[in-house]
Write a protein that binds this ligand. Sequence first.
Ligand code: SAM
Length: 273
Amino acid sequence: MKNKMAQKNYYDSCDNFDILELGTANGRENEYRKRFISRRAETMADLAGLDGESTVLEVGCGTGIYTVHWIKSSKKLYGLDISRGMLVRLREKIKKTDSDDLFTIAGDSERMPFRSRRFDFVMSVNTVEHLDDVPAALREMRRVCRDGGKIVVSVPNGNFSAKYRAKLMQTIEWLAARLFRGYACSEPARSRGDDFTHQDLSMDDLTGAFAEAGIRVEQKGFMGFVPHQVIPARIARYLMWMEAPERVFEMIPGLRSVAGVIIVCGIADGGAG
Ligand SMILES: C[S@@+](CC[C@H](N)C(=O)[O-])C[C@H]1O[C@@H](n2cnc3c(N)ncnc32)[C@H](O)[C@@H]1O
């Protein structure tokens, strides 16, 4: 309960979430980061098989950084988040695109306010690592997903070797903050408090939670090597050529265990939930 309040309080007042998350500095967008977010959203949509005809739930939608990519490939998209502040920011964003197909709901991912088997697809990005009970949230995702529907979850890669990557990113951040005026780093300046959960989840942790929740893992993948979250916006656009080698590295066993994010796609087998 303490963590839920900490999440809600932090994200309700996180007015600069998009600036931090998108790595924008002095109004300049981080092109590499933007491109990576599109690629991650597309990869997840492809794994799910979003077809434009389905009802989709996004758990922990936040300000809609990924939501906006999935609206066109959904008939109806429901965004659930514990923070009303984040949902207000998402609605502001959507107002500009005039979409009638998005519904935002304030609620807890561990006790979702939806009837069973309501959705064709359930998607979630960068959220379950903030929950105390990951299998409980996945059980809820399973419950609200129709039999045969897909559940696709992506989180930062929290395995042991990925921690070296985290160290590298901290060093880049430290340097960039000294070299570039107005540099926006990925970590929030304001403390998130002791009760705020952020756990390191490895591929095994995440697939294990899927299995525990009765979701059959169909596909899994690793994405991203370039530390785009911390690359200053003004130099990120010169690094776009690195996407091609990055895509190759993502296919190499061993090497890909140091990738930045993991994605797991599962199918809601009949009988569970
Ligand atoms: C790091 S943000 C990610 C937001 C968005 N998915 C993105 O990638 O930009 C984590 C989100 O999870 C939400 N969250 C945390 N705990 C939650 C819970 N128990 N139920 C629903 N949402 C929760 C937060 O409010 C926040 O919007």
